[in-house]
Design a protein around this ligand. Structure first.
Ligand SMILES: [Zn+2]
Length: 258
């Protein structure tokens, strides 16, 4: 079932190898299916380059460049300069996705923290917003973010507490929500959605991961994003079209898309 609502998928990894067989077919079909805008965040130097080249090809697609905490150990001397160079492309609108992941701990925590700080400093120096991945690292993540006052950012696929969410709102930060909001065990994130300011919310698929119910477990793409808008609308007692429209406006402002 397709929805007529226009959405901005603020976090979708179309550079992921899961899209190798049919990437162009999927991307070229999205605008006719209500996906007004999408943003592909990089996970390392290679995937950031691919995200930028895809964004150059598709007018509705934007990119962010960064090194994911799971690949923090891959950061080499000179990578910060490479990332800085990529931001010269007009389709690059943020540094991301960056952060801390203590669930998988693909890299040691001290390496993750150093790589996270270096990229936050880069974003601050370039005047760009950041897209942050925080998995089971809520305390350290907030502490590091607080040491960069004035930086604008979004916590993608937010999984922290409602209390922390309100702290981020007071700091001027944003949260974005994925298909996880449709899962049965999503009580904690639903509590956040009940009270978090609507004008600081964005929506995303995190494609190819986290497909919303009833597609859970399948490869996700942006055409499922209306299901996230519908769930948030249900929780807030609003129309899905209103959630889609407001998160689209917020996403455009956040990523400076006119
Ligand atoms: Zn992601």
């Amino acid at each position: 079932m397709l929805s007529a609502m226009d959405v901005f998928d603020t976090h979708a990894h179309y550079d992921d190898e899961q899209f190798d067989p049919d990437r162009d077919e999927i991307l070229s079909g999205l605008p006719q299916k209500g996906v007004k805008l999408a943003l592909d965040p990089g996970g390392d130097i290679g995937s950031s380059k691919l995200a930028v080249s895809l964004a150059e090809r598709y007018p509705f697609l934007y990119a962010a460049v960064g090194i994911h905490p799971g690949r923090a150990e891959s950061m080499a001397d000179g990578d910060i300069d490479l990332l800085a160079g990529m931001t010269g492309n007009p389709k690059v609108r943020a540094i991301g996705e960056i952060g801390l992941d203590y669930h998988y701990e693909g890299s040691p925590r001290d390496v993750q923290k150093r790589v996270f700080r270096a990229q936050l400093a880069l974003a601050r120096d370039l005047g760009l917003p950041v897209i942050v991945h925080d998995r089971e690292a809520h305390g350290d993540c907030m502490e590091i973010i607080r040491s960069f006052p004035g930086l604008r950012g979004v916590l993608h696929c937010y999984s922290g507490s409602a209390e922390d969410a309100m702290t981020y709102a007071r700091m001027g930060w944003y949260l974005s929500f994925t298909g996880v909001v449709t899962y049965k065990n999503a009580r904690k994130v639903i509590e956040v959605i009940k009270q978090f300011p609507l004008d600081r919310m964005m929506i995303e698929t995190d494609a190819p991961y986290l497909a919303p119910v009833p597609h859970r477990g399948r490869r996700c793409d942006s055409t499922y994003l209306h299901l996230v808008a519908e769930k948030i609308a249900e929780v807030r007692g609003l129309d899905p079209e209103e959630i889609a429209a407001r998160t689209l406006v917020t996403g455009k402002e956040f990523f400076s898309i006119s």
